[in-house]
Write a protein that binds this ligand. Structure first.
Ligand SMILES: [Zn+2]
Length: 186
């Protein structure tokens, strides 16, 4: 990341989805195509524009490259999800490299659109991107159709239609969720 990288913003702006179809957006989108795994490139570009708000073109471009490297690392390092929130998409996950016996990282997904999450790994804490390879793995898992269908079925099975609607609104209840206070439950 260049020296001009703006201060990190941990939370995305609510209006991040209304970014105009600017030339910058289109150029970044073209660059990101087919490099964001199962996550739509549009979401990744919106996230980059959000975390680089106020930055000029080189900052935005470098930030996108840095984010795309995390997507690549997530696959190359085979980041696995060893624990996930039961019956919902948002919440606390545990992630680590495939085959690793190390204690997994706690990776929190607060919101999918716009993306908001955090991780306790060193890279997340210092990179100002609001993303790391662990959060990438969690995000890919959460946006996968298979996972969404599974969560929906679980919600219906547990409590019928009311529960099915409840998980959609879970982001409201997790907005104030703090990673530092979170404890992994078995
Ligand atoms: Zn991480």
């Amino acid at each position: 990341m260049p020296n001009r990288t703006p201060q990190p913003r941990r939370s995305s702006q609510p209006n991040a989805t209304t970014i105009p179809e600017s030339e910058t957006y289109q150029t970044l989108l073209t660059h990101a195509q087919r490099r964001t795994g199962g996550v739509p490139a549009e979401r990744v570009v919106q996230h980059v524009l959000s975390v680089t708000q106020g930055g000029d073109w080189p900052v935005q471009r470098d930030a996108l490259d840095a984010v795309l490297r995390r997507f690549a690392s997530s696959h190359i390092d085979e980041i696995q999800i060893v624990r996930r929130p039961r019956g919902r998409l948002l919440g606390l996950y545990a992630t680590r490299r495939r085959g690793s016996r190390a204690r997994p990282y706690r990776t929190l997904l607060r919101r999918i659109q716009p993306l908001d999450g955090s991780c306790e790994c060193a890279d997340f804490l210092r990179n100002s991107l609001g993303l790391c390879k662990h959060l990438v793995a969690v995000l890919e898992d959460a946006v996968s159709k298979r996972r969404r269908v599974g969560v929906e079925r679980h919600a219906v099975a547990v409590g019928g239609r009311r529960q099915a609607l409840a998980w959609i609104n879970l982001e409201l209840s997790t907005q104030n969720f703090e990673l530092q206070n979170a404890r992994m439950t078995a």
